[in-house]
Each structure stands twice: as C-alpha cells, then as structure tokens.
Design a protein around this ligand. Structure first.
Ligand SMILES: C[S@@+](CC[C@H](N)C(=O)[O-])C[C@H]1O[C@@H](n2cnc3c(N)ncnc32)[C@H](O)[C@@H]1O
Length: 241
C-alpha cells in the first residue's frame, strides 16, 4: 500500500481536493489513516450484505472508489451469486478497482460504471451502499439521491451508508475536531499535512449533523433505521425500506 504523503510538504495555495491519479494511488492508505474504524465498517457492511441480500436483486455501491466494499462483499458472499453495480466518476479510482476486481474469482459479479451518482438509475436494488460520498454532493443532490435510493429499493431492502458528520453543539464540535486531529497525528500525519488537507477539503466536503441525515432519510420514507457505529465525527447507518 503506497503511503499518503500528499500534504506533507508545504503547498501555496492548497488546491481544492480532487479524486485524481495522485489521490487514487495512495487512497487506501489515506482511508485507513483518516477514517477511524474504516476496516470495521467495511467488514461489517459486507457481512450485512451477505445476511440480507435478496436473491437476484442488485447491490449498488455509489462512490465505490478503489473497491474495498466490493472486495469485502465478494469474500463475505462466498459461493453465493450476486450482482453488484459499483459507480464512481473518478477514472483513476475505477482503474485501480478494475485491476483488483479482475484478480478475484467472483470479480465478474461486479460491474464498474463511470458515472455521476446523481444520474445513476437505481432499480431493483436489494442493498445500496453509500460510504463517505454523499458529503461531496450538493444538499439538493443529496435529497434527490436518497429519494431515488428509497424508490429503487425492494421492500425490505437496505441502505447502508457512512458519512463524516458535524456536531450540532459548537463546543462538542471543537471537541470532536480536537479528538479527530489527535487520531490523525497518531496515524502519522503532521500538523502541516492535517492543516493543508483541511484547507483542501473546505467547500468540497460539507458534513451535516445526525439530525440533518435523519430528516433526509425519514423524509425519503425510511422508517426502520439506526446508527450502528459512531466515532465522534464519523457515523454509519443501517436503513431498511
Ligand atoms: C471518500 S470516497 C468513497 C470511499 C469508498 N466508498 C469506500 O468506502 O472506500 C468518495 C468517492 O466518491 C466519488 N464521487 C464523489 N462525487 C461523486 C459523484 N457525484 N458521482 C460519482 N462518484 C463521486 C469520488 O470519486 C470518490 O471515489
């Protein structure tokens, strides 16, 4: 796994964050050192997919990046047949995913689609996964996407999604940021790298509160839903239609 050193050296100005070749090449290291409990999220989601997958339905992974969920689902499903549609609009991410997918015996069960998730048709879905991707869309696109996900899910189908979030309370917001930067320092990011990444993500990644997400999910129609994992400013949900 190539180490993420993108923000280690001084940059002036810091360009807005993009999912380009440079990021794709170090992305797995970036995820593991930037998202608390990332491996746990992916492993448990794959197990949930295996437990809830309705036969012959489609699994969607929207904002699939380099395919960590897809690979984990292949392992969790074993010999069970499934059909996964993995969507991303970064060619650099999809190129890495494609290479990893081809190395797996069940890799042909995953179809990679280079598209904007705001346009992807969602039909006959048994499971929809959206990890750390809603946060990069406009608020209106988030509403529309979650509405389409709800409509595209079979009754009983699952939406599994994870997001970076903000606390509604200003003091807790400061506290969660302090804890998060401590986590990043513990994972080898310098203060300069943390500050420059933060600047790069400003106006690109807009986190919302748990209440905002709850409003959107219930507004779309989800009635059975819960947060199954939360770590300060990170949150994973399970929602059933
Ligand atoms: C933080 S990464 C997601 C990580 C991945 N889901 C995982 O769990 O490993 C966000 C991904 O969403 C993609 N993305 C962002 N906006 C998108 C859009 N409008 N349409 C399609 N993909 C998008 C990016 O290219 C990037 O690969």
């Amino acid at each position: 796994m190539k180490r993420d050193t993108i923000y280690d050296t001084h940059r002036q100005p810091v360009p807005p964050f993009e999912f380009n070749d440079q990021v794709a090449a170090v992305f797995d290291d970036m995820l593991k050192r930037s998202i608390p409990l990332y491996d746990e999220i992916i492993r448990r989601q794959a197990q949930l997919v295996a437990a809830f997958y309705p036969e012959n339905s489609r699994i969607y992974d929207l904002g699939c990046s380099t395919g960590n969920v897809g690979l984990a689902v292949c392992e969790a499903m074993g010999s069970t047949s499934f059909n996964m549609i993995a969507v991303d609009n970064s060619a650099a991410m999809l190129a890495i995913y494609d290479e990893r997918r081809r190395a797996l015996p069940a890799g042909d069960r995953i179809t990679l689609v280079d598209d904007d998730v705001t346009r992807t048709a969602i039909e006959d879905a048994g499971i929809v996964i959206i990890n750390f991707t809603l946060q990069f869309l406009s608020l209106a696109d988030r509403d529309r996407l979650i509405d389409r996900v709800y409509r595209g899910l079979r009754p009983g189908g699952l939406l599994l999604f994870s997001e970076k979030i903000v606390h509604a309370d200003d003091d807790f917001c400061t506290l969660q940021q302090d804890v998060y930067y401590r986590f990043k320092r513990e994972n080898g990011y310098s203060d300069l790298a943390i500050a420059q990444k933060r600047e790069a993500l400003e106006r690109v990644l807009i986190p919302e509160t748990v209440a905002d997400h709850l409003r959107r999910l219930t507004g779309a129609g989800f009635k059975r839903l819960d947060i199954w994992l939360k770590w300060f400013n990170f949150c994973s949900w399970i929602c059933q239609k």
